[in-house]
Design a protein around this ligand. Sequence first.
Ligand code: IPE
Ligand code: IPE
Ligand code: MG
Length: 232
Amino acid sequence: MAMRNKNIPNHIGIIMDGNGRWATRQSLPRNVGHKEGINAVDRTIKAALKLNIKILTFFAFSTENWKRSSEEINGIFKLVREFIKGKKDEYKSLGVKFISIGDITKFPEDLQHELDRIKFETKGNNSLIVNLALNYGGRADIVYAVNKLIDSGIKKVSEEDILNNLYTSGLPDPDFIIRTSGEMRISNFMLYQMAYSELAFPKVLWPDFNERHLKKAIKVFSKRNRRFGGIT
Ligand code: IPE
Ligand code: IPE
Ligand code: MG
């Protein structure tokens, strides 16, 4: 296996924030912001392929986002459905593998089917893993893991047991988490997995995010001194 450049993150988690503000600033409905947000996802996937990033996790819908209006929620579902259907063949040929984390059984059935289909059709790909966090929460993830462990009859758990039973089981922890829109909080994203993630909070609103912003963020990452509690 080729040596990986340590200065380039292997797994980037993206908290895509600012769609609503992007739309409101132009007196447009919030869902127009989500639509533009989907275009930013497409740009980011293509940029990541070029930059040799191996895993991208997109925080697309949180366990708390059910608090929004049903109009907005259904609009988001519709956009995710169209995105998956419309881009499937292109991503397939680009070698992208789709997976998801979170409880998608709470989503409309046709959307679940589209998700199952793209996962199945891209499962042999290995250029880039695109992991969609859907109805995902970091706390729900830990509860999910603990319940799986209880069901297995285990009496005592290790850190590794928990890691191996999270939705992200088998994936390396994110090296780098980017949250757009300038908000400096995690909002229940990958709580267990981000123990040693580097963080960046660029001001750009998610619908405006492009390859330049990704490159800039990676440059910032590459200058960080990751010590993991040790001394360098
Ligand atoms: C992020 O943009 C997208 C989702 C949470 C689905 P927001 O919709 O949170 O945009 P703001 O924060 O209201 O600007
Ligand atoms: C975080 O953004 C969730 C996603 C990006 C899916 P939110 O906009 O929901 O977070 P808060 O409410 O500002 O913390
Ligand atoms: Mg937001």
